[in-house]
Design a protein around this ligand. Sequence first.
Ligand code: NAD
Length: 702
Amino acid sequence: MSDIANAFSDEVVTNAYTKLVSVPGIDGQVALVTLDNGFDHTKPSSFGPAGLNALNAALDEAFDAKPAAIAITGKPFIFAAGADLKGVPSITSREQGLELGQLGHKVFRRLRESTIPTFTFVNGVALGGGLEVALHSHYRTVSTSAGALGLPEAFLGLVPGWGGTQLLPNLIGASNAVTVIIENSLNQNKVLNPKKALELGVVDAVFGSADFLEQSLAWAAKVLAGEITPERPEIDKGQAWDDAIARAKAVVEGKTKNFAPGPVKTVELLELAKNTDITDSASLDKGFAAEDEALADLLLTDELRAGLYAFDLVNKRAKRPAGAPDKSLARKITGVGIVGAGLMASQLAMLFVRQLKVPVILTDIDQERIDKGVGYVHSEIDKLQGKGRLSPDAANRLKGLVTGSLDKSAFAKTDFVIEAVFENLDLKKKIFAELEEFIAPETILATNTSSLSITKMAADLKHPERVVGFHFFNPVAVLPLLEVIKGEKTDDATLATAFATAKALKKSAVGSADLPGFVFNRLLIRTLGEVMNAVDEGTPFEVADNAIAELGMPMTPFTLLGLVGPAVALHTGETLAEAYPERFHNSPGLEALVEAKKSAVWSWDTGKQEVDAEVAALWKQGDKPSTAEEVLERTRRAFAQEIQIMLDEGVVAAAEDIDLCLILGGGFGFWNGGITPYLDRTGTSEAVNGKRFLEPGVASVK
Ligand code: NAD
């Protein structure tokens, strides 16, 4: 076995079968190569070393038959989901990385350099290496049922390293390639649908799924007969290319501050592709060799290993939350009640009705607020209809399901009630007590509280076992995280129903103990606290705010403070300072900001970002400034300390859940794996807690 095959000893091999088919209108036969890993559509085909060798052998067979054309397609519903990344943690040398890159190029480029016309019929999902096979072919068709096409490597921390960076910009232009390879992938891994892929020129034709293969073969016959010549744009290799690269650099800088090596290297390769002539073998050699080198470097970075760890958390751990009771205990939800019709409640009404499609009833303190909440949901449904994402019938049906009532007796038929009224314990207790008069004993009482105790909220109820924390993040439609909080008396049926409901709402639930701030807010406030305290002590705002970019938060602390709202941050901070006075301190500067009702630290009044003049005047600063390095170090240490305490207190089941919350609730970078891989690799965990959070190799090379 070669070195690389050893690393991939667990590979689920995607085989490739060659069969000769006769097609009306084609003189001679078509060698049709079908990729198939032997499983059904639930396990997508992917390429590891053995899969690449299997494709190579199938191509040998195809070429030997001297066909009129060679076409690659996939088993039903899936084409290929890219490189098999399961072997990556076993890669220990640069040579193995090079070997993997070179093997892919060697096999795929046979399609590009073939003198026999080559086609790829993309019958289903084609991502990464899957799409690269298609790009190497001379012609491409795609089925309307192919749900996702894209090159998501940069998102994971890699480069599209089997030809993607050199071929795509030279097929569809640098600007469109930057959209697909950089912009889409760093935009939460956005993919193309067939229509968009056709529009951008990634594929030449789209056909319906029912007779996709027949139609693709018939189309190929016309191409071979010269009746159809797919349009290929003239590629502008001048200023347009440089402009596209400048845009790519700006996107990478904005999304990652250049701390993630994958996207940075991807842009370098796109830049290089300007000089690549994809019709010239020697020129391709150079471009592909650069891809191989980049891949070999990246495979041995901690950032890629952390990226794969993050990907696994989001795709696997998030789907089977730790601590969720057996799902057979979950009760069915046939009617939902929402108390409050404000900012969060109206977004919750929209989410529940759209995903559960059951009656949703809203209440508030007056009819006007109720009407506003119901009106919000109706207008959001109208927007979806306007975008063609709901038919007029479906939109009408959904609207009909959302009603409002001032009278809480209207909640009698609900089996899941969530409150999102003001953040006040007595008010929430009173509301739950009132509701108990009308609802069935098993109806769940969920609370969207950001910081109050679930146990205290349930304490005086007749049925405290039905109360559960169900903490969403704003904006609800965008942020996938949902913290599910178990109070002291919350029973398993309630908890199981909460987790099942989270899933039905397409949210990623993470279980949390009932301790102040739960998971995300506790860490956020601790972080903001370090930065604000540094400013209180005399560190300039600019220095403090830009000091912690390396932590991989999508925006600076003071920008985030403006988004969350200083008053909300102070309120949550006070709860935490009361519970943990030794580590959480109210910032006098923040208190002054809230008192003056200022909503942000930064002002753009002069056209550039400056500290708001009033804020500068009211935020009293001491005479002990820190350097940016010192602010970064104290924030890292605060993170490491707080996370360890949270694990000791049992707030979450494991460090992985902390990372999941930071990624899904706050957009923390994949290249840091959330935060604990970063704290481990910078030595902070060892320095603060005397141990790492994760075993070596879990989210790091060593
Ligand atoms: P909001 O002020 O926008 O809405 C609160 C609503 O509750 C108002 O419409 C108010 O009239 C209504 N209300 C007050 N007393 C009521 C009563 N007795 N009966 C019925 N309705 C009553 O507040 P919000 O920002 O939506 O926050 C609501 C809850 O969600 C809070 O517990 C908050 O901590 C939590 N939360 C907020 C955010 C956020 O970003 N805003 C995020 C997560 C959780």
